[in-house]
Design a protein around this ligand. Sequence first.
Ligand SMILES: *Cc1c(COP(=O)(O)O)cnc(C)c1O
Length: 344
Amino acid sequence: MDIIGSAEHISRQLSRFSRVNLAYFPTPMERLDRIGGELGVELWIKRDDFMPLAFGGNKLRKLEFTLGDAIARESDVIVTTGAVISNHARLTTAAARKVGLDVVLVLRGRDSFPMDVKGNLLLDHLLGADVRVYDIGREEVDRALKEVAGELRNKGRRPYILPTGGATPVGVLGYVNAALELACQMEELGIDVDYVVHSTGTGGTQAGLVLGFRLLDLPVEVLGFSDGTPAGWLEENTLRLARGAEKILGVEGLVRRRDITVVDGYSREGFGVVTGDVVKVMKLFARREALLLDTVYTGKAMFGLISMVEDGKLDRGSRIIFIHTGGTPLIFHLDDIILKEGDL
Ligand SMILES: *Cc1c(COP(=O)(O)O)cnc(C)c1O
């Protein structure tokens, strides 16, 4: 079967799941000739930051399916979590509002991000989330989510818990769909791609892409650049999510351990820690291509990609699609660090 034919077939399987409409697809693909030329690679960018709802980003693809599931289960309030700078918190609030659901945010205040109400946190308030900041670390989040859900149930509400990043097997379907979309665009544009590259944090995006390409039997290598989360944990979690998604799709054993590659050697000191190299890459992209990257996800991933090409770990002449996963409002939350490191 040709790619478009099999993509249509898988699309029909996906249409069995309840889904809400949150963006216009396909998102655009652009060729970055200026930076690609300087690096000696063919570089494309898929603009998953280009979605009209509340500045967009990868989380909306997952939310189309998870909120569809929440509505099918007759939930009336979404309970989710993230750091105070979370893109997922902002987009969950926006998407839930759009379809008439309430949102309670359980935000971690112990990650040493600025607590000022700006960037995503400002938008969470503007969009009307019930914002609760807890002095807890990642390991205490599950308990806090359950407590909030219990409190809501006692008040007669019907809560739906979404874990960090919206990373559930149902959410993964959003990026299975994105893989189909990409495959069709590659065929239409005549791109024979070597690598699909993106920022990874929970593994949901990568699990969907890898599973989508396996369903299509398309030999594309997906490289996830870690946001600072250790690669070993992330690869395991990605595999777990991919297997979960296989199960609900009624397929088995498609995604193998070796299909999942996470690179963490370029994400420096850890999640949210910003270094001058990343800000330098943000400046380069802003000035050469007028493309805006952020300090936590897309800037780090692009720094990793450029470093791998420069270090000879990715061949010159490679054909690469970088997925811009969004995160624009982070620029306006971590502005101090950009000014400090950026020498603007
Ligand atoms: C959440 C996020 C990621 C990571 O996506 P996962 O599916 O959680 O791995 C990457 N980029 C941006 C901008 C994000 O907000």
